[in-house]
Design a protein around this ligand. Structure first.
Ligand SMILES: Cc1cc2nc3c(=O)[nH]c(=O)nc-3n(C[C@H](O)[C@H](O)[C@H](O)COP(=O)(O)OP(=O)(O)OC[C@H]3O[C@@H](n4cnc5c(N)ncnc54)[C@H](O)[C@@H]3O)c2cc1C
Ligand code: FES
Length: 304
């Protein structure tokens, strides 16, 4: 079956990437190098990743951003968020049917001492908020560590191929969101006082304010004088009957698929809501070569 991918785009480069073989329900499929499981499944036309343990509803992507766990699958025997887990060669991926069980491991747990570090300021989240804070702190030579659970800085900006509005001075209006992300990340990279950890998830803030971080799969503890939580917000949309069906996405997940991973989740799109985000989703769809069949708005005119 031909994969559902975007081969040309008016704004984004479409890089040529090598294939990686993996298995879904014993069927051999291919992903692209560095691609997360959810996008690889979507590119192969698979939208249902399992069923909910309570009511049996189909589960697939919701946020595509690591914030909800609706996309859980079993990868090499372990339950993972498929939108946060990169496909490995020959990975065996299975749907999560009901509540997944952790495997019983024969291996002895790794009891080597946990590395403990200190920082003046720890910023959790490398989106525009975290990056802007890091720039201000770095300019004042305040030792700062900024961490992000993704493999690049920018947060939601990475997903946005449209030109931003607002003020040029304060928020780079007129520049495309993904380019703003690169500008801020470059500025941060030039500051000696700021250290950046990618693929690093803050998983716990203890009562003594030490923070447990999983960095590239290795657990570390950071003891900052100050914690700045810039982990962004979780997407939310109005509920209606059937809104959990696979094939219905939030705008953030749609942006992740078409603008970050260059996956075409559909040939035809219908949009609910004519605010900024709904209209921009239509624009992103057109860039991706997706037909926008319509948009519905409750108000007498679109507010976007
Ligand atoms: C669909 C959509 C369209 C939008 N369009 C526009 C627009 O046109 N113009 C505009 O101005 N704004 C727009 N926005 C809003 C804008 O993207 C956000 O306001 C902005 O990205 C928020 O910045 P932030 O830094 O607070 O969070 P984010 O950009 O969400 O960054 C937070 C970062 O923290 C990381 N993170 C989360 N948890 C952890 C953890 N535990 N450990 C480590 N890292 C973690 C996340 O992966 C992310 O990289 C849009 C948003 C969406 C969803
Ligand atoms: S965590 Fe993967 S879709 Fe929300």
């Amino acid at each position: 079956m031909e994969q559902q991918r975007i081969h040309e785009h008016p704004v984004l480069d479409v890089p040529v990437k090598e294939d990686v073989k993996f298995y879904w329900n014993n069927e051999s499929l291919t992903a692209k190098v560095g691609e997360v499981i959810s996008s690889a499944l979507m590119a192969n036309g698979i939208k249902t990743f399992g069923h909910h343990h309570k009511d049996g509803t189909a589960q697939g992507i919701f946020c595509a951003n690591g914030q909800c766990a609706k996309c859980t699958v079993i990868a090499n025997g372990i339950p993972v968020k498929s939108c946060m887990t990169v496909v490995q060669e020959n990975m065996i991926v299975k749907p999560a049917e009901g509540l997944p069980e952790m495997p019983i491991s024969e291996e002895r747990p790794n009891l080597s001492p946990v590395e403990q570090l200190t920082a003046e300021v720890l910023i959790i989240g490398g989106g525009p908020a975290g990056l802007s804070a890091a720039i201000e702190l770095g300019k004042r030579n305040i030792k700062t560590l900024i961490i992000d659970d993704k493999n690049e800085l920018g947060g939601k900006l990475v997903l946005q191929t449209h030109k931003f509005f607002g003020s040029v001075e304060d928020s780079h209006a007129g520049t495309r969101g993904n380019d703003i992300g690169k500008l801020l990340a470059k500025e941060v990279g030039e500051l000696d006082a700021v250290d950046v950890w990618l693929n690093s998830t803050a998983i716990y803030v203890f009562s003594d304010k030490k923070v447990g971080i999983l960095k590239d799969g290795v657990y570390k503890i950071v003891e900052p004088k100050l914690i700045l939580n810039a982990a962004g917000a979780r997407e939310k949309y109005l509920r209606f009957n059937g809104n959990t069906l696979t094939g219905i996405y939030g705008a953030g997940a749609f942006q992740t698929l078409v603008n970050r991973d260059l996956v075409k989740p559909t040939e035809r799109l219908f949009i609910i809501g004519g605010g900024n985000v709904g209209l921009i989703a239509g624009y992103h769809a057109l860039q991706a070569g997706i037909e926008v069949v319509g948009l519905v708005e409750a108000m007498p005119k679109c507010g976007g």
